[in-house]
Design a protein around this ligand. Structure first.
Ligand SMILES: Cc1cc2nc3c(=O)[nH]c(=O)nc-3n(C[C@H](O)[C@H](O)[C@H](O)COP(=O)(O)OP(=O)(O)OC[C@H]3O[C@@H](n4cnc5c(N)ncnc54)[C@H](O)[C@@H]3O)c2cc1C
Length: 363
């Protein structure tokens, strides 16, 4: 759902690639004012941009759909994912949008093509995401892989035909091949002794923080709409950016008869105290879904410098990294810094990196 004037409205159907794809639900939605809807559904009439240069998500969306749809619908959806406080590159994040723009626009009046797959839009391992990591670690150990987690990697240098990693406990490890899957700023620091051309593009990738308060409450203590959560446009004001109803989105995240909300606060609040984060979240739930009494569970959590921002120029940085990596046989890079911030892209990138190292061994 999406908040407008303090009330929650269903997100219009027919979003495609995180932007509106169907005109009728957009015209009918109560989530944005009528004037904004009329402007938005005129999207197919907006001529395609001829310039080939990259563009920010904000500029693209306002050009195609108008400011009302950007502020009321699109920015709230993209902001939490990509960090739209920066000028985020369309080509690096949603490259198909420019193609669709040239293909007669993004909106369709008729729904055509195969029906969207039914079933839940979200999935995660039962028991939480760490089950995925635990299963991977178990599978590796069964194959005789030794996993060391005691000391961070401080720096990487060449070592004969391979690489030497210096660790924080002042020991080092040498290997013929090296796969680096670290957050962008750490990659920059660790790889600088090896090659400044490799480090510089990573150092130029800004990182975004996130902060959330988790609030548990008895289901009968609030009137929560049947939705996996809601987004709060910036224009609505207030400290809350989005709410995920974890207990509705993922089975088994709250005891029977209880609900669990994850309330994302705006980045400016990252440094607020735990109590302030929780208080802001509880206040929001009181106003939006009529939460009564005291929560049964609260927890504040921050993800610092956790999400890379693909700002304008990102694709140039990726190309620079690729060119520099090619000069280091047996070196591969993976992780969210370059080619996709979500897990599916990260997993695909990791497989590609692993395959490139296997090919190196074959050679
Ligand atoms: C709040 C939040 C919600 C998200 N929700 C979703 C979602 O619903 N769906 C989705 O697909 N994606 C989601 N993501 C994105 C997803 O978490 C990332 O795509 C993924 O974690 C990136 O993987 P990574 O391996 O690149 O980085 P990370 O998972 O950050 O892993 C980097 C690792 O490097 C380690 N490290 C750091 N420094 C060193 C060092 N010096 N030496 C050794 N190790 C070091 C860290 O401890 C960490 O384990 C979310 C992200 C956030 C922050």
């Amino acid at each position: 759902m999406i908040q407008r004037d303090g009330r929650l409205h269903p997100l219009p159907a027919g979003f495609s690639g995180l932007v509106p794809g169907q005109a009728r639900p957009l015209l009918a939605t109560a989530a944005i004012p009528l004037a904004a809807r009329l402007r938005a559904v005129a999207e197919p009439l907006v001529p395609a941009r001829r310039a080939d240069a990259d563009e920010s998500l904000e500029a693209f969306a306002i050009r195609r759909f108008g400011r009302g749809a950007w502020e009321g619908l699109i920015e709230p959806l993209l902001g939490g994912l990509y960090g739209t406080e920066h000028p985020i590159s369309v080509r690096a994040t949603l490259p198909h949008l420019h193609d669709r723009e040239r293909d007669g626009g993004l909106l369709r009046w008729r729904t055509s093509g195969p029906k969207a797959a039914t079933g839940p839009a979200f999935a995660r391992p039962v028991g939480g995401m760490e089950r995925l990591v635990d299963a991977l670690a178990d599978a590796l150990r069964q194959r005789g892989v030794q996993i060391e987690m005691e000391a961070p990697v401080e720096a990487v240098e060449t070592d004969g035909a391979g690489y030497r990693a210096r660790l924080g406990d002042v020991t080092d490890r040498s290997a013929r091949t090296l796969l680096v899957a670290l957050p962008a700023p750490v990659t920059a620091r660790v790889l600088r002794p090896l090659d400044a051309d490799l480090a510089d593009p990573f150092a130029a990738i800004p990182m975004g923080d996130a902060a959330a308060a988790f609030v548990g409450f008895r289901t009968d203590a609030a009137e929560v709409p049947e939705a996996s959560g809601w987004l709060v446009p910036r224009a609505e004001g207030g400290p809350v950016q989005a709410v995920t109803m974890l207990s509705r989105k993922h089975r088994g995240t709250a005891p029977a008869g209880s609900d669990l909300a994850r309330v994302f606060l705006r980045p400016a609040l990252t440094d607020a105290s735990d109590d302030e984060l929780v208080a802001a979240a509880v206040d929001h739930l009181r106003r939006r879904v009529g939460l009564r009494g005291e929560p049964t569970f609260t927890l504040a959590h921050r993800w610092r410098a956790a999400s890379p921002r693909y700002t304008l120029g990102h694709l140039d940085r990726v190309a620079a990294v690729d060119a520099a990596t090619a000069r280091h046989p047996g070196l591969a890079l993976a992780g969210a810094a370059l080619r996709g911030i979500g897990l599916p892209d990260v997993i695909a990138g990791a497989e590609a990196a692993a395959n490139s190292l296997l090919a190196h061994f074959d050679r």
